[in-house]
Write a protein that binds this ligand. Structure first.
Ligand SMILES: NC(=O)c1ccc[n+]([C@@H]2O[C@H](COP(=O)([O-])OP(=O)(O)OC[C@H]3O[C@@H](n4cnc5c(N)ncnc54)[C@H](OP(=O)(O)O)[C@@H]3O)[C@@H](O)[C@H]2O)c1
Length: 389
């Protein structure tokens, strides 16, 4: 017998549960962007027996977590009355299988949803498929509107962005108290500003993006690896992309060496401007890089719009920008940064330009300031209308 939702919880209770789930889901907003934040619960005999959230971009959606959690309670599936979701379930295959399949497979007889999928290409499809399979569907529209629960997702679905897609771009940098990206001479081996906890956190972030983008200035100054190391996920390391107009990347760069034991590195792409030395092009390819000449160049180097389009065409949806002040400010000026993570270490002074002025100019529509180890961390989504400096 179908135990309808009416017998388990009243509408006001469902509404307040949805609001509570929506609020809790936003805890993960910086981890899941550009995906929406989603919360889920399963009810049995009118009580919440499990909660689940979308916690990490590219990994399990809220539906998967909530079903796993409900299984762990030992309460048999026949006694699960309803699945409550802040957002209509997905029907398409992205980084993970469609949630609709998991819902149907669970045999749950009722699904309560607090908002429709805002993407016109999928809107209503999840609910139609549930109904077609005989599942009771309750839509409490706009109890958990995207504008409140995941405003960044609306940015992602912006018409202009759908027309000319580009990856979600997270700019991450470490700065001294004066906003400089290079420590004073003799401090941190000339490189390290943030503490060990932050360095570990960056490894986790690297394991959750499709590409790391940097500039030749950083490659020449630091000879970085841009690999993923524990506690980051080593299973699918991001591509490493160097913007290098004139192919100054040395073929002996550490980036091009086989990653050491216990670390993983994605393929290396060097993006130059057309007409760069064919000799250096060949030497880099022999060293293992993939060199891509770009037709359009500006005084500032490789055209960033073309870079963003190219990254999208390579399948990159979430990209981490780890560059020096020159490329970083050019990205910010161009309006291509969606999210920032800034570590301010306990270092006074420094060398080179300060990002302090930029930070003062940026406008956030969501922002948190937190402490992490010895560092202060600012994390936020940039406001669409105020990204450019
Ligand atoms: N603290 C941190 O988080 C952090 C992170 C990274 C680097 N750093 C430090 O930053 C310093 C290097 O700074 P940087 O500003 O020289 O390096 P960068 O921003 O990494 O690289 C700049 C170079 O990228 C090339 N480029 C290609 N296309 C570009 C475009 N569209 N816009 C801008 N640049 C483009 C340009 O050289 P071409 O014209 O030759 O192509 C430019 O000189 C190093 O000392 C490094 O240690 C610090």
């Amino acid at each position: 017998m179908t135990r309808g939702i009416a017998q388990t919880l009243s509408e006001p209770k469902l509404r307040s549960l949805l609001v509570e789930l929506g609020r809790a889901a936003t805890r993960f907003r910086f981890e899941v962007a550009p995906n929406p934040c989603v919360g889920a619960a399963i009810l049995s005999d009118g009580e919440v027996i499990a909660r689940g959230f979308h916690e990490v971009w590219g990994e399990a959606h809220a539906e998967v977590h909530v079903f796993d959690e409900a299984e762990r309670t030992g309460i048999p599936r026949e006694r699960w009355d309803a699945l409550v979701l802040t957002l209509e379930p997905c029907t398409s295959h992205g980084k993970t299988p469609p949630c609709i399949d998991r819902i149907l497979e669970s045999g749950i007889s009722c699904v309560v949803v607090g908002a429709l999928d805002p993407d016109p290409r999928h809107q209503g499809e999840g609910l139609r498929r549930l109904q077609a399979a005989g599942v009771e569907v309750v839509l409490l529209e706009d109890v958990t509107p995207l504008a409140k629960v995941a405003p960044h997702f609306q940015t992602w679905l912006d018409n202009e962005r759908i027309r000319r897609p580009r990856p979600w771009t997270i700019a991450k940098w470490a700065q001294t108290r004066t906003g400089q990206l290079v420590p004073p001479q003799g401090v941190g081996g000339g490189r390290w500003i943030s503490g060990p906890e932050s360095l570990r956190e960056v490894q986790i972030l690297r394991g959750r993006v499709d590409a790391i983008v940097t500039g030749i200035g950083t490659v020449l100054a630091d000879d970085p690896r841009f690999t993923v190391r524990p506690p980051g996920n080593l299973l699918k390391p991001p591509r490493r992309v160097v913007l290098d107009s004139r192919l100054r990347t040395p073929p002996t760069a550490t980036l091009l060496k086989t990653p050491g034991e216990g670390e993983a590195g994605g393929p290396v792409d060097v993006l130059c401007i057309g007409g760069a030395s064919s000799e250096r092009h060949r030497a880099l390819e022999v060293a293992g890089a993939h060199v891509h000449p770009f037709h359009v160049a500006t005084d500032d180097g490789v055209n960033l719009r073309d870079v963003q389009t190219w990254l999208w065409d390579q399948g990159c949806r979430r990209v981490l920008l780890e560059a020096g002040p020159r490329l970083l400010t050019h990205y910010l000026k161009s309006g291509f940064v969606d999210q920032v993570r800034v570590y301010t270490g306990v270092v006074n002074g420094g060398q080179g330009p300060s990002m302090g002025e930029w930070l003062g100019k940026l406008k956030f529509h969501e922002r948190i300031d937190r402490e992490w180890g010895t560092d202060a961390v600012l994390e936020g989504f940039l406001r669409e209308d105020r990204r450019r400096g």
